[in-house]
Design a protein around this ligand. Structure first.
Ligand code: SF4
Length: 250
């Protein structure tokens, strides 16, 4: 079964494989997924091709802050992270830079030990205002599943034209980033020697502080994918470490 969309601006705290105890901040509309990708493996199902055409349903900055503050004040202990994530790509909120500044100020006031983070699909790193806002967060976990234009177009299926070289260049310019990459086998997958070699070249250009590799662990919309065996994920992590890059296979 695919995951249900988040119903409000705040969810959790969840115990995240990548961040520990994390309070999720969903800045996307509650009733629909809004994303610049249509990944073959998206836990929320296929992306509607017209989802970027409307700004309807995005919560106001004040509403997001109000819900996050109320949740933080209710929790017995502060979470380790306040994490922008949720029903699609968080940087698509029309006031994303202001949201970042407001959440950082709220964190300083109400939960100063918590760190701020984002799970992003990386597609908007080329926008200067978005890039600057991403840099103000404590941690950026950015998606890079593809090492070639064909893999990007086939596996992540951008809704608008996106060049793999620009994506890689933008991630390299972002500063300290953690990359996350999902690998899947099958006819619609991104796993194979040529793809892995091209992807490793892209990761070396970016020089992330860490790389997280993982595979399918729940239902996905495509019928043409399969999980990657654990030894193969470990081999990808080992190839990264051989290049001097910290890597974890989940
Ligand atoms: S980037 Fe994330 S939300 Fe968007 S389609 Fe891919 S998996 Fe789904």
């Amino acid at each position: 079964m695919l995951l249900e969309l988040k119903k409000g601006c705040v969810y959790g705290p969840v115990s995240s494989r990548r961040l520990g105890r994390s309070l999720g901040i969903n800045v996307l509309p509650a009733a629909r997924k809004v994303c610049t990708f249509d990944c073959q493996y998206c836990q929320y199902g296929w992306t509607r091709r017209d989802c970027l055409a409307s700004a309807d349903g995005f919560a106001a900055v004040a509403t997001v802050l109000c819900e996050v503050e109320a949740t933080l004040r209710r929790l017995p202990d502060p979470p380790a992270f306040l994490t922008f994530s949720g029903n699609g790509e968080p940087t698509l909120h029309p006031a994303f830079p202001r949201l970042v500044d407001s959440v950082i100020a709220l964190r300083d006031r109400v939960a100063p030990t918590a760190r701020t983070a984002i799970l992003s699909n990386s597609t908007r790193v080329g926008d200067p205002a978005v890039r600057a806002a991403l840099r103000r967060l404590d941690a950026r976990i950015m998606k890079l599943d593809a090492g070639s234009q064909a893999a990007l177009d086939g596996f992540n299926q951008p809704l608008e034209p996106l060049a793999i070289d620009e994506l890689v260049e933008g991630l390299g310019d972002l500063g300290e980033v953690t990359l996350q990459a999902l690998f899947a086998g099958g006819p619609a997958g991104n796993h194979g020697p040529d793809h892995i070699a091209a992807w490793l070249t892209c990761v070396e250009r970016i020089r992330p502080v860490a790389v997280q590799v993982y595979t399918l662990d729940r239902d996905v919309p495509s019928r043409h994918l399969a999980p990657v065996p654990r030894p193969d994920l470990d081999a990808i992590a080992a190839a990264l470490e051989a290049r001097g890059l910290a890597a974890t296979a989940f």
